[in-house]
Ligand binder design. Structure first.
Ligand code: GDP
Ligand code: IMO
Ligand code: MG
Length: 424
């Protein structure tokens, strides 16, 4: 069954671990959006892998991984990532990793422009990963981007970079930042692109042939629904559609090819970067950080932590068409005696069941909580639903009631094996 795996919060929900777990029964694992702003951690057989651009399925042998057209691809970053994986004993051959020739390329000036935009925003900065993601997607929408296909002929790439730099350099100069020549840009990416070209192909026929043959395709979403450029906490979002539709537009496999949408959420809430987060809580943040948990896989930044927020999950379940929930890091709450769940927001004295759209309303949103008793037991050894403490089962059942989707997977530790399949 072709499946999309989406983050339902602000990213880092544990998507990588769930994708890795489900890859065993898949044939192809594909990414359709985002770039190396993503950081997906998988712990397999005691080794920790952090994937940024390469789909997490790469850790399994005999699976095909695809980077789709909707991804923005940093060639230098991808080569470094492939090298790290190969040093860890993972083969990343051109047969195993296919990259769409329509994918847009992150170039050195995109990273500079990202940093310049952030500096100009000052205290209103987005807190981006500074990987050049926003400027690359902006160039795509402005129709001045470069795709991998353009690099098959260096003269063509040169012409396009010339055109782009005319404007980019003006902006960089205005910010007092170093400008680029076309040669500098080409020299910076040529070795990486040459290294990657054997992987570059038109992936659409490959995906369709696999679909028609009845193979199983798994889409690995990056970021989370509240970082979606349309449905998230705009402008504090990323620059792609992180919700389920992004898998189709970002790969060329149509929406009717995707039968299942697994929404991944933590048993609480985290966010990295700026922007509203109604259930943010200093005590919860300190609790996780003291345990060495909740530091970003890409930038190492400490994540902001807070209580479970079902208002945002309610929206995420709707816009993704979530058929199954995967609730991760349930074990993270093992030592809390009282658990709060945000069931609605109070905005200017009015109760709201769904997240607001305007920036002002987001700023005013205060959580309305319901409390449940914790379980104060180690859940990390449980291997089935019935082995979970009753209060943990109650917490998850309440989540289902509040957001309208069944819990099908529970994560109770970072290892592959610490994944409970819920068969009710
Ligand atoms: P992603 O970006 O959604 O793939 O998530 P990240 O990898 O950035 O962050 C999730 C973190 O939680 C990683 O450090 C994982 O190893 C860890 N993790 C995932 N699932 C679980 C779980 O069920 N329990 C615990 N304790 N850690 C988990
Ligand atoms: P994964 O796939 C968490 C956040 C950044 C910033 C905003 C915009 O690991 O869940 P960008 O660099 O995309 O322009 O930054 O989005 N962000 C993420 N937060 N997990 C991610 O990816 C993220 N990718 C981007 O912190 O707030
Ligand atoms: Mg992450």
């Amino acid at each position: 069954m072709n499946t999309t795996i989406c983050g339902l919060q602000w990213g880092d929900e544990g998507k990588g671990k769930i994708v890795d777990y489900l890859t065993e029964s898949a044939d192809i694992v594909a990414r359709g959006q985002g770039g190396n702003n993503a950081g997906h951690t998988v712990i397999a057989n005691g080794t920790k892998y952090v994937l940024h651009l390469v789909p997490s399925g790469i850790l399994w042998e005999n699976k095909t991984c695809v980077i789709g057209n909707g991804v923005v691809m940093d060639p230098v970053g991808l080569c470094q990532e492939i090298q790290t994986l190969e040093e860890q004993g993972i083969s990343v051959s051109p047969q195993k990793l296919l990259i769409s020739d329509r994918a847009h390329v992150v170039l050195p000036y995109h990273r500079e422009l990202d940093a310049a935009r952030e500096a100009a925003l000052g205290k209103n900065k987005i807190g981006t990963t500074k990987r050049g993601i926003g400027p690359t997607y902006a160039d795509k929408a402005n129709r001045i981007g470069l795709r991998l296909a353009d690099f098959r002929d260096e003269e063509e790439a040169r012409e396009l970079i010339d055109i782009r730099l005319a404007e980019a350099n003006e902006l960089l100069e205005r910010h007092g930042l170093p400008t680029f020549t076309t040669d500098e840009v080409l020299d910076a990416v040529r070795p990486a692109i040459t290294r990657l070209l054997p992987h570059v192909t038109n992936v659409i026929p490959t995906l369709h042939a696999a679909w028609k043959e009845g193979q199983t395709i798994l889409f690995e979403g990056a970021q989370g629904s509240l970082l979606d450029i349309d449905f998230g906490t705009y402008p504090f979002v990323t620059s792609s559609n992180t919700t389920a539709g992004g898998a189709s537009t970002g790969s060329g496999l149509p929406p009717n090819a995707i039968e299942r949408v697994i929404g991944v959420c933590k048993a609480y809430t985290t966010r990295v970067g700026s922007g509203p987060m109604p259930t943010e809580n200093e005590d919860i943040s300190a609790y996780f950080h003291a345990r060495g948990m909740e530091f970003g896989a890409t930038t190492g930044r400490a994540r902001r932590c807070g209580w479970l927020d079902t208002v945002l999950l309610r929206l995420a379940v709707m816009v993704n068409g979530v058929t199954d929930l995967a609730v991760t890091i349930l074990d993270g709450l093992d030592e809390r005696d009282v658990l709060k769940i945000c069931v609605a927001y109070d905005i200017g004295g009015e109760r709201h069941e769904f997240p607001p759209s305007s920036r002002k309303d987001w700023e005013k949103a205060t959580p309305i909580y319901e409390e449940m008793p914790g379980w104060l037991e180690d859940t990390t050894k449980a291997r089935s639903w019935s082995e979970l403490p009753q209060n943990a089962q109650n917490y998850l059942n309440r989540l289902t009631e509040l957001v309208g989707a069944p819990v099908s997977f529970v994560g109770n530790g970072p290892e592959r094996e610490q994944t409970i399949i819920v068969e009710k």
